[in-house]
Design a protein around this ligand. Sequence first.
Ligand code: ZN
Length: 244
Amino acid sequence: MLRCRVRIVVVSDIHSNLGALGAVTRHAEAGGAVDAVWCTGDIVGYGAQPREVIAELRARDALAVAGNHDLAACGRLGVEDFNDIAADAAIWTAGQLTADDVAYLRDLPLTVMSGDVTLVHGSLRAPEWEYLLSPEQAIAHFALQTTPYSIVGHSHQQFWADEMAFHAAPDGGMLQLGERRIIINSGSVGQPRDSDPRAGYVLYDDSAATITWHRVEYDIAATQRVMRDAGVNDWLSDRLAIGR
Ligand code: ZN
């Protein structure tokens, strides 16, 4: 039986950067219709447009899980464990949100499954906090992974891992999914930290069973202006230009 092509845009760590999110969705749509948007958390925090980013995800009926910054912004998590800049950003973000935005963030699950894939922000053993970056952490995560594949965020790094090793995921790199159990990180849309300032995301082609990593240029200066005008800490806007 013929199966329709299903193209899913997977975004993570948008961090209230609407310009970067718009560039990612336009880039994906230039290659064909986008059937779904999935988000592995940190929708808000750091950037200046939390309301607009939430509205965009809701308009696209995105399947999303909560990240630590989302939990802090809606009061599900205290800011004691955040550094000063992140705590200030969470408090500022909370002050920007409508009651409806807060309800949206409060209702986000920590993990969600769709077909062969589980979405979680950090890791399955510590969804809010764990930076899944080592083989030992991957083993603990795989022990809890009940779907063939999982997609994580949080570290703002693009990679994939199987039960043997971690693998770099360059711009344009494609992974054919198969029998192996896999962890995927789509990277960060709104605050990349791998010295490449371009927005990162992955395209999941459900019918071809492929994952493709992408980097997309966006108007960083425009995002920085919006942040400065909103009174966001300069360090947070400056870092966008260097991808750190
Ligand atoms: Zn993040």
